[in-house]
Write a protein that binds this ligand. Sequence first.
Ligand SMILES: [Zn+2]
Length: 446
Amino acid sequence: MPLYSEAATKSPYWNEYLETMPRDKLDQLHLRRLQAMIKYAYENAPMYRDLYDRAGVKPEDVKTLDDYIDKIPTIDKSDVVAYQAKNPPFGDAIVRGGEEYVNIFYMTSGSTGKPMMEPGYFKDIHQQWTYKWWAHGIRQNDVFYFAFPFGTFMGFWSAYFDALMMGCQVISSGGQDSKGRIRQILELKPTVLCATPTYILHLAEVARDMGVNPAETSIKFLTMAGEQGAVVASLRKAMEEAWGARALDLYGISELWGSTSWHCPMHLDRLHLSETVAYGVVLDEDGRKVPSGGRGEFVLTTYNATVMPLIKYRTHDVVEWHLEGCDCGRSWLWLREGVLGRTDQMVTIKGTNVYPAGLQAILGEIPQLSENMEIHFTTEADGDAVTVKVEPIGNVSQENYPQLQQQVAEELHRKVGVRIGVELVPPKSLPRYEQKAKRIFDNRKK
Ligand SMILES: [Zn+2]
């Protein structure tokens, strides 16, 4: 007996009813779910009772989505970490009795401070990736290859469970080296490669060094997380050409249980928010809603986190959002070009706001540079400064380095409007990462 009917297999939607629901109905559904979530958190999690009492708001005060935006306080990773510290390990952020349901446990990487504990219930992380994979044509007969060392970083755990749930075969490559992984891909013939964008490109380099053309392997799809990837046109082109495969990106937050937004199958510069798993709104610096088409900070409530609810959670990611629907048929809101920057990684140079993500996109368009780069923030006598470290690709001869360095500096100056320092380092000298790549080094004096 097949897992899916013929009609379901042919449909581009995993859940057509919800993916194409008109905006007004979708918003009614959100309101009911938000009201339930807020009531549940207030009654069961000491952190929310404390925060909402201090803000003078009760769950029944939320009668409209505007009430949610205007009255409910936002929370931040630092709030959760502070409430966890009061009563470790999970503290007052978890619902009473929630410990009994905790059967999965992750931690944030701690790259921006003390790690946040992420206790959860197995069912919390279901079906986040499935919408995207289905929209792009991945079906139950596909075979996933996870080129990723599983650990306490949420990373691809949710993808692993979702692939299993779709009925696919999954192969975990464990702690093998890259050559071992290429040999295993040749032997087991998986069709979907799951890794970070940097590692997908690195693995292609390793394959070519072994005399294997990655574009001639069984891989048909590249699915990624951990850093901005295929939603950036230059990176998508590099990955797709290297592997002769379709590259699918997503935007996810590990605290919110993984993949929340994903690549539209028709417009590859758009990421749709899975509005079944989260409610998203874009707010300005004063916490006011930004109109559709505008830019601001993405603030999310996840419906999935039942053990440790996260309500009106600040992502610090700057996005441009659109609510007008999409011609792929989905009513779900979409973000243009994914994350445009981080509110906490912005540098102001001579009055101009500079975001690392913007610099990465500009550098990605310069064909003589590899995809690996580092961005360093420092404090100089006249204020904040930024220097990028970039690598030429192998076929740029050394005598052309000074000219290339000047070209990169001019390109950045022209597009950003302020001077950015450029340091050219030898090919393949910057570190490659299997997990989240470290690209931004903030050494500013606080
Ligand atoms: Zn779309």
